[in-house]
Design a protein around this ligand. Structure first.
Ligand code: AMP
Ligand code: MG
Length: 461
């Protein structure tokens, strides 16, 4: 594995990370390699690449570290989280800019607490597939560069499961929780260094703390609106999984919804529905308020900063609404306006009442057919008449995907992969690269049959 490494995070104050090499495993083996992304990053891999992804070899020029962070998990403060099963190999400079290369599932670190530092095929292949699918949908996200099997079993609740490591890339791994870690320790040196670094990585034109917060709030509002537009539910929007650059990070028990249920929750650990589909904007705003709080120790005049930052965080709601209306107006072929907002609301209402499939209902607008369920609604005809008078159907199939990573297919892919059959993974992955093209295999676009519906997604770390 060769790349142009340039490890800027490792030059920050030493309390911000721990030097940590990945722990070697028994038998590294290939699962999947993203050759297109590797090429764009200027990374070359030989046939022994699984050795590097599984962590048995460290590439020359890398400087592996585990990063410190804290976070609010389901609203409860945890002063110390950190990379418990991940190491940042370093950053590469490439056509895609400065990009983090991280291994996840690579062994214990000083932040592992009771954990084994490992991951199994399930979360690794889920993250691989869904992050690449989000990228193909045009949504800011970490990406998947490779996954390797470790040749070791790990213990999880259902019993021993085959271990794997995912190598992911990101514009950085700076979380709201990274700021919280240093703010809560009154470590002004690290907090300032982190802010400067985050500005350098994400918002190079920003000159002060206030504008950094503004940029972060705006990026997050755009991101969540994009999630909503494809029916994506992250599942664990804790502050440690909230990225200050506004990219999707830490794919756990996430899922795309099938039938439209506004409060839909998949995650088995989200018992109160905190991170349900339509709660996501509120929670993102809450996370941004935690970022604002974590920036306060850097302010000269705390009272003035509180007022200023409160106003910035309050802007989230309008920013989100504007972006949401824009995205959903595009989805129904209209320019954003108060009329389009009414039509969107009505369409979603009819979808909810008829148990219509989210993806199929929008996709059907771009063709002559009407999606089965929503068409049954008594008010659908009159909605359709009003809508079709002004709607432009031309580009709808480039806006409404035919294909999302449906949960029942993801689960069945995991089951087969664990049994040694990766074919479904590869076929599904290939199709998900072109989500706006109706795939040859129509099983991938079909809503789950009653007996296929997955109601809960387990965190399954
Ligand atoms: P996550 O649910 O992936 O966002 O992780 C929450 C926290 O738990 C992070 O600090 C992780 O590093 C840590 N963690 C998750 N799984 C493991 C594991 N298998 N071993 C050690 N730490 C873990
Ligand atoms: Mg996390």
């Amino acid at each position: 594995m060769h790349a142009t490494w340039n490890n800027s995070y490792a030059l920050l104050p030493e309390q911000m990370f721990a030097r940590q090499t990945p722990t070697p495993v028994k038998a590294p083996a290939s699962l999947v390699l993203n050759t297109e992304l590797a090429e764009a990053l200027g990374i070359t891999f030989d046939e022994n690449w699984p050795e590097f992804i599984a962590g048995n070899q460290v590439p020359e020029g890398a400087y592996p570290i585990a990063q410190a962070y804290a976070g609010h998990q389901f609203g409860h403060w945890n002063p110390q989280l950190g990379d418990g099963r991940a190491v940042l190999l370093g950053e590469v400079l490439s056509d895609l800019g400065r990009v983090d290369i991280q291994l996840k599932g690579s062994g214990r670190t000083p932040w592992s607490r009771g954990g084994d530092g490992r991951a199994w095929y399930g979360p690794v292949l889920r993250e691989y597939l869904i992050s690449e699918s989000m990228h193909a949908l045009g949504i800011p996200t970490t990406r998947a560069l490779a996954a390797a099997a470790t040749g070791e079993n790990i213990q999880r609740e259902p019993g021993p499961l085959p271990g794997a490591v995912i190598c992911r890339t990101a514009s950085s791994h700076i979380r709201v929780g990274t700021f919280q870690y240093f703010a809560s320790r009154d470590d002004i040196e690290a907090l300032q260094a982190l802010l400067d670094h985050a500005i350098f990585r994400h918002y190079p034109d920003v000159k002060n703390t206030e504008d950094f917060l503004k940029a972060s709030v705006s990026a997050q509002a755009h991101l969540i609106a994009q999630w909503m537009g494809v029916g994506f539910i992250h599942g664990v929007m804790n502050t440690d999984n909230s990225h200050v650059g506004g990219i999707t990070i830490d794919y756990g028990p996430c899922a795309f919804m099938d039938d439209y249920v506004p409060a839909k929750v998949f995650s088995s650990i989200d018992r109160q529905g905190r991170y349900g589909y339509n709660n996501q904007p509120n929670l993102a705003a809450w996370n941004m308020a935690q970022l604002a709080t974590a920036l306060l120790p850097l302010a000269n005049d705390t009272d003035a900063a509180i007022e200023q930052y409160t106003n910035i965080v309050q802007e989230f709601s309008d920013l989100f609404k504007e972006e949401y209306t824009k995205i959903f107006s595009q989805k129904i072929g209209l320019k954003p306006s108060s009329e389009s907002a009414i039509l969107i609301k009505k369409m979603l209402e009819m979808m909810e009442q008829t148990g219509a499939d989210f993806t199929q209902s929008f996709r059907a607008l771009g063709s002559d057919e009407i999606s089965l369920h929503i068409g049954e609604h008594p008010e659908f005809r009159s909605w359709h008449d009003t809508w079709s008078q002004t709607a432009n159907l031309e580009n709808l199939n480039q806006i409404n995907p035919a294909l999302i990573a449906r949960n029942h297919t993801v689960e069945s892919m995991i089951t087969k992969s664990v049994a040694g059959d990766m074919q479904l993974f590869h076929d599904f992955h290939m199709a998900l690269k072109s989500p706006f093209v109706t795939p040859q295999n129509l099983d991938f676009t079909a809503a789950p049959k009653a007996n296929e519906v997955i109601h809960q997604t387990f965190c399954g770390t």
